[in-house]
Design a binder for this molecule. Sequence first.
Ligand code: PLP
Length: 337
Amino acid sequence: MIDFRSDTFTKPTPGMLEAMFKAEVGDDVYGEDPTVNKLESYSADMFGMEAALFCPSGTMTNQIAIKCHTQPGDEVICDQLSHVYIYEGGGIAFNSLSSVRPIIGNCGRITADQVADAINPDDIHKPRTSLVSLENTANRGGGSCYDFSEIEKIKEVCLKNNLSLHLDGARLFNAIVVKGEKAEQFGNIFDSISICLSKGLGAPVGSILIGKKNFIKKARRIRKVLGGGMRQVGYIAAAGLYALDNHVERLADDHRHAKMIAAALEKKEFTGTILPVETNILIFDVNGKFTPASFTKRVLEDDIKVTPISKTQVRIVLHLGITEDMVARTIKIIEGL
Ligand SMILES: *Cc1c(COP(=O)(O)O)cnc(C)c1O
């Protein structure tokens, strides 16, 4: 089976399993798990930020961050395709009692001008705008990356209007690798950053929330309220540390593979628009002899799993479980469709 449905389908490598097996652990709710403490300080240092918090999922790191940055009745500005808005079960309303101002962006990215236009005036009729949440790379935007200069402009708007700035960086390392950026650049700009260790980085579980000391102190309290306090979780944190040390640079392979598959699809009549392939996600329209559902069914006959994500689009995601050979086999199958 070649599973392109998501980069969450990765399984721990032998090296990662060995690191997990050897992990030193303690009770992390007491702050006594040395491996978790190491992962938290290591990732905070990577971004030049003060502190970090290990959580079970990226949904939890995002939701905790939003809870910390908002008060009930506030409003969050984000792209209409943002994970925090469309894939977190209405969590912004449920957890933070806040509303969302969804912006129609470009492949999941919004601009500083759009942010400025979406800020509510100081008027008792309006929710108080308090947070801007960006996603880099943007999942539903086809793994698109922000230009760093646009993020800088958005930051200026936030500073001028007293807004916090959160980054859903579930796949931030994909952007960093493809753009040749530095983690510290992001640490210098954002008030909080959420990173998934369980996507393309290949850890079985876990996300990390990074920010200032006081912010993380507050976040730790909210994690406990949500039931996210974990005990001897160093076994899992060890996988995250291993991923950060061994699986970042190899993301470039996934990006190359995504482009190779896109090139094969481009030659087929049934392929419509392909969103620009910048990282490990490939989103394309199918038409003519296939619908997204029938395309998915057809390639499953050849042991390939993809996801129909809308009435017109199919999504393919590359990750460390997809080898060079699997990519070659997939291209052959596409050529024969
Ligand atoms: C996967 C993902 C998350 C977090 O998802 P979990 O499954 O809860 O870990 C957050 N944001 C984006 C953009 C994602 O793709």
